[in-house]
Write a protein that binds this ligand. Structure first.
Ligand code: HEC
Ligand code: HEC
Ligand code: HEC
Ligand code: HEC
Length: 463
């Protein structure tokens, strides 16, 4: 059963890309989650899984504002174009109605674990193939339909041979990038420079001649292993941390919000190292190259010459993408904003220079240095309200390549009465749902949650 993915209206699709829905398979073969969790067998994955963006994307109000807009422009049947990536179960016979996914698991365990093939056809089209195994799944399906738990004797039978169980339910495609990219290619492999196809990306990562860092697959970073008490084997956290702290914040999920921030600020990388070697300071004392391995990104500030009171100076902030595996930002264009805030103060705390930030309406100040891009419609006008079905082109204004860096320079005039030294504080801030979209979707909520991606603080004596 192959599901074709794109945000083309059905009338604009080639016949091979047009799926007749509902698919002939019964949804109950993939809508299986509670019988995996309810029996305590995978309890250690539960918390991460339940709060993963994979499972809650249908909860927030803004998703439904966009879907309503789509329904009003193209008719409600067309909202099915969003389901293949967000709520696939709704596309199958007897599947829950789309509205039910506000409360339900959006991507069930057995949905992902039944994918046996996936491909990106071109920049706007991709697909995956589901091949659930009826013989192996029947008991779980039965339990799920009956309300959740597997009978005790069955749980014991599985425990006797967990390897066979794992093998039956973990197709090898799951660990491959193609699986993730079927849904994520538009974000992670954007159109236009830097031109990237799945093949080109694989070459750049895997090619022996290139000086790119050792290839890492999506799962290496986004399903970080953790040691569980019940088993010797490392488990993989199904939370899938990324950089979206906005949605957890919006939904009041403080734990997941904090976890996402710590993950993207590389705190978990450093912590793993500390846990392993119990040597906090050694990270700092390592050579640059070893040290870099413990940070996804790094920020450094410098002056081209020692700054002097009463004279102009050129401040450079360099941001390096050390370990994101792809450019930053890599999120849905038109829905995310990244901006650099720089504050320079003297020894008494007086502000000497400042660039970047937000105004009272949470808009990014016009002189701010930013990263990101836009989606344009066929007339070249930026699309608003995330009308992705109307998008014809992508424009990347600026992003940090991987591996690579960007430099931001600022002309700072040091006042004659500046004292002793200059403190430079620089930080990249990031938020999902840009200000214009937020104002449309949440007119009554003024504060847009954002988070810090990477920060530096440095002191420079005045010459
Ligand atoms: C090819 C798969 C795919 C299709 C089709 C798709 N999306 Fe998404 N969508 C994604 C992915 C992946 C993300 C997350 C991107 C990220 O965070 O970087 C996302 C994110 C979003 C977000 C941001 C949500 C948030 O809360 O973080 C919205 C809103 C959204 N999609 C709406 C839609 C709508 C409406 C449609 C149908 C017109 C649609 N999507 C079709 C894959 C898809
Ligand atoms: C070497 C580690 C690494 C690899 C490999 C990797 N990522 Fe990421 N990814 C990151 C980090 C770190 C971030 C968070 C960036 C930040 O905000 O600091 C991220 C962010 C993301 C985001 C959110 C993007 C945004 O800008 O909001 C998505 C979606 C994503 N990755 C998907 C993928 C997919 C799909 C693959 C495989 C093709 C992949 N990643 C491979 C480390 C990695
Ligand atoms: C978004 C897709 C997705 C969903 C949903 C999903 N998984 Fe996974 N799962 C994966 C991937 C990817 C791997 C890693 C495969 C690898 O690295 O070999 C994995 C690995 C596993 C493993 C192997 C052991 C480990 O921890 O690495 C188990 C067990 C597992 N998943 C159970 C579950 C259960 C139980 C659920 C539902 C609660 C679930 N999965 C939901 C994608 C998913
Ligand atoms: C069936 C489609 C689908 C597949 C397959 C899939 N994802 Fe996702 N993923 C999504 C959607 C949809 C979202 C975003 C929901 C939202 O933001 O509301 C998402 C969100 C994420 C995020 C959070 C992004 C952020 O901005 O913080 C990460 C990280 C991620 N996925 C990684 C992966 C990786 C790694 C794999 C492969 C092992 C994978 N996904 C497979 C659909 C998918």
């Amino acid at each position: 059963m192959t599901v074709h993915l794109s945000v083309f209206p059905s009338s604009a699709r080639e016949s091979g890309d047009r799926d007749a829905t509902p698919f002939a398979m019964d949804a109950s073969w993939i809508e299986i989650t509670e019988s995996c969790l309810g029996s305590q067998c995978h309890a250690d994955l539960e918390d991460g899984f339940r709060h993963s963006l994979h499972n809650i994307s249908y909860r927030p109000e803004h998703m439904h504002r966009v879907l309503d807009l789509l329904a009003s422009e193209l008719g409600s049947a067309e909202t099915a174009m969003c389901a293949g990536c967000h709520i696939p179960g709704s596309l199958f016979t007897g599947g829950p109605p789309a509205a039910a996914y506000r409360e339900r698991t959006n991507l069930p365990c057995v949905f992902c674990h039944s994918v046996t093939a996936a491909a990106v056809d071109d920049h706007q089209r991709s697909r995956y193939t589901l091949s659930p195994k009826p013989a192996a799944l029947a008991p779980y399906r039965g339990a799920e339909l009956a309300g959740g738990k597997l009978p005790a004797w069955r749980r014991m039978a599985i425990q006797l041979n967990t390897q066979a169980h794992g093998k039956a339910f973990t197709p090898s495609i799951l660990a491959e990038d193609a699986f993730c990219l079927a849904c994520h290619h538009t974000q992670v492999l954007p159109e236009g420079p830097p031109a990237a196809s799945v093949e080109a990306k694989a070459d750049a990562r895997g090619g022996e001649a290139s000086d790119a860092p050792a290839p890492l697959r999506c799962v290496a970073c986004h399903l970080p292993p953790f040691q569980s008490l019940e088993s010797e084997q490392a488990k993989h956290d199904h939370f899938f941390p990324g950089s979206n702290a906005t949605i957890p914040a919006l939904l009041g999920l403080e734990g997941p919000r904090r976890f996402t921030e710590r993950w993207m600020q590389s705190e978990l990388l450093v912590r793993t190292f500390e846990d392993l070697y119990k040597k906090r300071d050694s990270v700092r004392r390592l050579g640059d190259e070893r040290k870099d391995a413990f940070f996804y990104a790094d920020l450094a500030a410098s002056f081209d010459a020692p700054p002097r009171a009463g004279e102009p100076a050129v401040l450079t902030v360099e941001t390096r993408n050390l370990g994101m595996g792809h450019p930053f930002p890599a999120s849905s264009l038109g829905l995310a904003e990244a901006w650099l805030e720089v504050r320079v103060t003297d020894a008494t705390g007086h502000i000497v220079f400042s660039s970047g930030g937000l105004d009272e309406r949470q808009r990014i100040l016009p002189d701010s240095h930013t990263l990101g891009g836009r989606l344009l419609d066929s007339a070249g006008t930026p699309i608003d309200r995330y009308r992705v079905w109307a998008a014809a082109h992508e424009v990347i204004d600026r992003q940090i390549p991987y591996p690579g860096s960007v430099r931001d320079t600022f002309e700072v005039t040091v006042p004659p009465d500046a004292e002793r030294h200059l403190n430079v504080d620089a930080v990249w801030r990031y938020r999902k749902l840009g200000q214009a979209f937020w104002e449309w979707a949440y007119p009554e909520r003024s504060e847009i949650p954002s988070s810090e991606v990477v920060r530096t603080f440095a002191q420079f004596p005045l010459g």
